[in-house]
Design a protein around this ligand. Structure first.
Ligand SMILES: O[C@H]1[C@H](O)[C@@H](O)[C@H](O)[C@@H](O)[C@H]1O
Ligand SMILES: [Fe+2]
Ligand SMILES: [Fe+2]
Length: 320
């Protein structure tokens, strides 16, 4: 099966100002029709076995178990839940859609990411480039033919550069952690849900019902999801005209949306394209979460392979 990129770009373009990604979402349009094979979801994978415990001796994603990271992580979610509001997300999307902060290649960004510490993650305290390569290499072993998925894995967390001064030096609560929609009720499955009580949207009747400002099946592209590294990297990839398939862009954009991909919350907002792409996100999530370990990848050895993928799917320099 194939899809026409122009069609996808137009579909997304019609949602301008409605929680979509703004008016210049369709750079690809200029190139006319580009036929991209839509990746088929393979029946099953082999190799990678998800470990039962993380590097700190706990189950993965234990947000309440006492550990050296627990308090910091909980405080992170307290701030995240208080400050991420519908208006805040709208403002951030507008600001960062300008892509006027930096010009650099994908690989340069991978290297920059090493400066970033993620305070939201109970399972990881390794430099971020290790996580990128661990995820990508684990995916590559099980899905050797899906090179777009290897590259998606490599770049999925690059948006964390938002916390660096050159990108506005955003606080952690606006960069990392799980994401959730704004403009409708906060689902109970969201980590440390109790802190929403101090969020103004929680008390706003326009925003605190099941559907809130949305209609059933309106499509996630119409939904304001909390601002952070996911949506930023999606904007960067899309607006710089990446050739990644829509499943790759969906993974980048929603990989932290655990309430949806782990708990099935907000499923009523998805449209058919979201549902198809969610299958790939489920596959990806296993590698993103469970490849986090102390095992280092030899960067110099794998670098040429990833540089070739970057060249295939991205322009040499991107606007950030
Ligand atoms: O703490 C982690 C980390 O910030 C990841 O990059 C993000 O994707 C996860 O959803 C989050 O739980
Ligand atoms: Fe992430
Ligand atoms: Fe990740």
């Amino acid at each position: 099966m194939t899809i026409l990129l122009e069609q996808v770009a137009m579909d997304e373009g019609r949602k301008v100002g409605e929680g979509g990604d703004g008016s210049s979402a369709n750079l690809v349009l200029d190139a006319g029709f580009v036929v991209v094979p839509e990746p088929k979801v393979p029946v099953s994978s082999s190799g990678f076995v998800a470990p039962e415990i993380n590097a700190f001796g706990h189950a993965f994603r234990s947000y309440d178990a006492e550990s050296e990271r627990q308090k910091g992580v909980e405080n992170f979610y307290r701030l995240n839940h208080i400050h991420q509001t519908y208006d805040f997300v709208k403002k951030m999307r507008e600001e960062y859609s300008k892509l006027d902060k930096m010009e650099m290649s994908i690989w340069e960004c991978c290297e920059l990411l090493n400066e970033v510490v993620d305070e939201s993650d109970p399972d990881l305290d390794e430099p971020q480039i290790e996580h990128l390569l661990q995820t990508a290499e684990a995916v590559r072993k099980d899905y050797p033919d899906e090179d777009w998925l290897h590259l998606t894995a490599l770049i999925h967390d690059l948006g964390k550069v938002l916390s660096l001064p050159a990108f506005g030096g955003l606080p952690q609560w606006a960069v990392v952690g799980d994401t959730h929609p704004l403009g409708c009720a906060f689902d109970e499955s969201i980590v440390h849900h109790k802190y929403f009580i101090d969020n103004p949207d929680y008390h706003n009747p326009a925003y605190n019902t099941k559907n809130g400002v949305y209609e059933e099946a309106c499509g996630l592209n119409n939904v304001m999801v909390s601002w952070g590294h996911d949506d930023y990297m999606y904007l960067v990839a899309k607006k710089n005209g990446t050739m990644l398939p829509s499943a790759g862009l969906f993974i980048i954009r929603y990989h932290s949306f655990y309430p949806l991909h782990r708990c099935g919350a907000y499923a009523h907002l998805m449209d058919d394209e979201d549902k198809a792409n969610l299958k790939w996100l489920h596959i990806f999530n296993k590698y993103d979460l469970y490849s986090k370990s102390k095992v280092r990848i030899d960067i110099e050895k794998v670098k040429p392979y990833y540089l070739s993928l970057i060249q295939k799917y991205f322009p040499e320099k991107l606007k950030w």
